[in-house]
Design a binder for this molecule. Structure first.
Ligand code: PA5
Length: 329
């Protein structure tokens, strides 16, 4: 299974490019008299994180409208004039379906990013644009398809401004990432009781993604620290020594201030366990996806080292079954 997963991660450059094209073409029947006042992305897990990536891109590329991410089954009161994009790879995630239903009932402009399921059929029923992504993958592996699709959709209506050139740049950057780049991190994470991933500013999303990938693919305990905020609380935990094996991954890159912050905290991390740096340079779509792809590879290799199946997530399946008995659409 791990080999199959690694080959799926190998297709990230193509998934991104194809996703972007389907996002752009999905908007032909989207009727907007003006650009929405904000973008709300609804989704959970490997699909919801797509919204987090778009939100970070809104800072990097100066979008004209804010991006909000809802990882819940209720919408806030202020959805008027928003574009509500429901992202669910399976199209069957109840929380996302509920948000989509509420958005339609409140008369908001909606769109769906999915490989099928009820989300696709509900969106088609009301004539909302559907960005169809490649089926047959694990949701978390389909990240570039869904993100490319969402960027294509929002770029084409003028709500975001990533543009084709940045997609191309990311395509080429992703082609240069190899499984070998991920080996040292996989060894570190699989040999630690807990893995801490620290990052600053826009790269906090990379740290989040590492935590999710280590949890889902490798079944490894992981925690994120997001600077500068973590310097005001989480960092204090390192005043105490612990008798467990801690592995640290310090994501490096960004402006001079982030560089100084991460150098400072790396010295603290080094006193508590083995520390590796992940150098990504200036924040861009290419570099955040590069950090995410290394996480995909590393978490799959770590699963093999630990002898676990990276693809199966029975606790998520059990949760979804419980939810279906409690959350009615
Ligand atoms: O990666 C995964 O398998 C999960 O995190 C799923 O993305 C999550 O359970 C939501 O499902 P979906 O992506 O189909 O909406």
């Amino acid at each position: 299974m791990a080999l199959e997963l690694l080959s799926s991660y190998n297709t990230w450059p193509e998934l991104l490019a194809e996703g972007y094209e389907s996002g752009r073409s999905a908007t032909s029947n989207l009727k907007f008299e003006r650009t929405p006042r904000n973008i709300i992305v609804c989704g959970l897990g490997g699909s919801g994180v797509v919204g987090d990536f778009l939100r970070v891109l809104s800072f990097i590329y100066n979008f004209k409208v804010p991006v909000h991410v809802i990882k819940d089954y209720n919408l806030p009161a202020w959805v008027e004039d928003s574009l509500i994009a429901a992202v669910s790879y399976s199209g069957e995630t109840l929380e996302t379906l509920k948000c989509f239903k509420e958005a339609v009932e409140r008369g908001a402009q909606t769109a769906a990013v999915t490989s099928g399921g009820r989300l696709e059929s509900e969106a088609l029923k009301i004539g909302a644009p559907v960005v169809k992504v490649k089926p047959g993958l694990l949701p978390r592996v389909a990240l570039p398809s869904m993100l490319g699709g969402l960027i294509g959709l929002t770029d084409s209506i003028g709500a975001s401004s990533v543009e084709h050139e940045k997609i191309l740049e990311a395509y080429h950057e992703l082609r240069n990432v190899t499984v070998d780049d991920a080996e040292p991190y996989a060894n570190l994470a699989s040999g630690s009781d807990i893995t801490i991933i620290g990052a600053c500013g826009p790269y906090s999303i990379v740290a989040e993604r590492w935590r999710q990938e280590l949890s889902e693919n490798s079944k490894i305990l992981a925690k994120t620290e997001s600077y500068p905020e973590s310097a005001h609380n989480d960092i204090v935990a390192w005043q105490a020594k612990r008798n467990i094996k801690i592995g640290f991954i310090a994501v490096k890159g960004g402006d001079r201030v982030c560089e100084a912050i991460m150098n400072y905290v790396t010295e603290i991390y080094k006193r508590h366990g083995e520390t590796l740096e992940l150098k990504l340079g200036q924040p861009s779509l290419a570099n955040i996806l590069k950090g995410a792809l290394i996480a995909g590879y590393a978490s799959t290799i770590a699963a093999t080292i630990k002898g676990v199946d990276p693809a199966t997530t029975p606790l998520i399946t059990g949760y979804k079954k419980m939810l279906s008995e409690n959350l009615k659409l």
